[in-house]
Design a protein around this ligand. Structure first.
Ligand code: ADP
Ligand code: ASP
Ligand code: MG
Length: 408
């Protein structure tokens, strides 16, 4: 049986940590398992590479940005392999392309089109641990394309699916998935398990611990994902399992709270209220691969309406380029951009069957004097946009209002 593991940036962030990961991997390989290991870039390497790019060009070309960023994962995969070989554990490092990861050409947010696993399987069959550079693949033109920040998780789950692994193990710098980011709320609890649907919403709403598309793949192909600390013993039972079947907690139906800081809001003011406006605006944004979230249209006055939506900060420049001329063509008075908002989301499948969650959320925020700028919901989520400087406080207020620190 093939095991796919992934080690995140912090876990491979120094020579000492790389050696520690190598010891873990070698020990697991010695048990006779075929191991494919996906790695992230060391520590803050990706941020540093991006900063470097912006020093030479404030708006660096996307293709070359991907080429540059992809080097981070190549460094860590090569080094981990060297550390494994030093432990007499036969290993080979492969770039995403060498591992057969084929993507589309949406630089910076490429999607995996398919994986040709022949090389990986051949190396595994020869008894090598295969160390794959995460976060990257090869575009149809043969260029390096990256999968979006945090995308090594997706490389790992995709490889797990392609190799028919029974489970994918994601090793990171926390014990598992918590009731909220433990860096924001020290009383957050580590969950034993979480439903894939809940984790997907949480990841889409900013819970940076997992890349949303990794969770999506896990759900689609029904492959369980174990999230655990890269320091914990394997088989110790620690960590969180993301899977389809979850025992519902009887009392508290909010499973986790997510904070998304990567939000920019765009408002087109005084747009004429006629059919087709939304289609004319959102069509070109979708064509450019920009995901639009939280769309709110205010009640119209004198046949004019304000249309607000959110995008991720990284898409803001492109959204501005596209929406300014469109706003002009649509007859809007002006376009306003706001960067000082964050999204706070309550997530839990159990919320569907109980009323009062929204009321408690709004009351708790109002009692803390936190103003809600926008509200959106899905079946298993309630999201409020609040001022960025109150976001963490909002998370803590809600964590305690829904008593998520208490074991049930
Ligand atoms: P890696 O480099 O291993 O991929 P990430 O930084 O991407 O690690 O993800 C781990 C971080 O996610 C944690 O350090 C934690 O601060 C953050 N995080 C956010 N939400 C949660 C959550 N609900 N549970 C656990 N960690 C979370
Ligand atoms: N190194 C990339 C990032 O920092 C990918 C990853 O870590 O998953 O976003
Ligand atoms: Mg990550």
């Amino acid at each position: 049986m093939t095991v796919v593991q992934k080690y995140g940036g912090t876990s491979v962030g120094s020579v000492e940590r790389l050696r520690n990961v190598a010891r873990r991997v070698a020990a697991r390989a010695a048990e006779g398992e075929q191991l494919a290991v996906v790695v992230s870039a060391m520590g803050k390497t990706t941020d540093e590479l991006l900063a470097l790019a912006r020093q030479v060009n404030p708006r660096p070309p996307r293709r070359e940005t991907d080429l540059l960023m992809a080097t981070g994962e190549m460094v860590s995969s090569a080094l981990l392999t060297m550390a494994l070989v030093d432990l007499d554990c036969p290993a080979v490092a492969l770039t995403g392309a060498q591992a057969g990861m084929f993507t589309d050409d949406s630089f910076g947010r490429a999607r995996i089109r398919g994986i040709d696993t022949w090389r990986v399987e051949e190396e595994l069959a020869e008894g090598h641990v295969v160390v794959v550079a995460g976060f990257q693949g090869q575009s149809p033109q043969g260029d390096y394309a990256t999968l979006g920040r945090g995308g090594s998780d997706t490389s790992a789950v995709a490889l797990g699916v392609a190799l028919r692994a029974t489970q994918v193990e994601i090793y990171t710098d926390v014990q598992g998935i918590y009731t909220t980011d433990p860096r924001i709320e020290p009383n957050a609890r580590c969950l034993r398990d979480i439903a894939s649907e809940e984790m997907l919403e949480a990841a889409q709403q900013g819970a940076g611990v997992m890349h949303p598309r990794a969770v999506e793949l896990g759900l689609l192909y029904d492959i369980p994902i174990l999230v655990a600390s890269s320091q914990a013993e394997f088989g110790s039972g620690s960590g969180t399992l993301i899977h389809r079947e979850v025992q519902m907690e009887p009392e508290n139906r909010v499973r986790t709270i997510a904070l998304d800081r990567d939000v920019a809001s765009v408002t087109l003011r005084h747009v004429p209220d006629r059919p087709g406006i939304a289609a004319q605006l959102f069509g070109p944004l979708a064509d450019a691969g920009i995901s639009v979230d939280t769309i709110v249209q205010n009640a119209s006055e004198l046949n004019l309406t304000d249309l607000t939506f959110t995008v991720s900060k990284g898409d803001c420049d492109q959204t501005e380029e596209l929406s300014r001329p469109l706003a002009g063509a649509l007859g809007a008075a002006d376009v306003l951009f706001k960067h000082d908002l964050v999204k706070v989301s309550l997530i839990g499948t159990g919320m569907q069957s109980g009323p009062g969650y929204a009321a408690t959320m709004f009351r708790s925020l109002s009692e803390a004097g936190i103003n809600i700028e926008l509200i959106t919901t899905s079946e298993i989520r309630i999201t409020c946009l609040v001022q960025a400087d109150r976001g963490e406080e909002a998370v803590r207020v809600l964590h305690s209002a829904f008593r998520l620190d208490e074991e049930i």
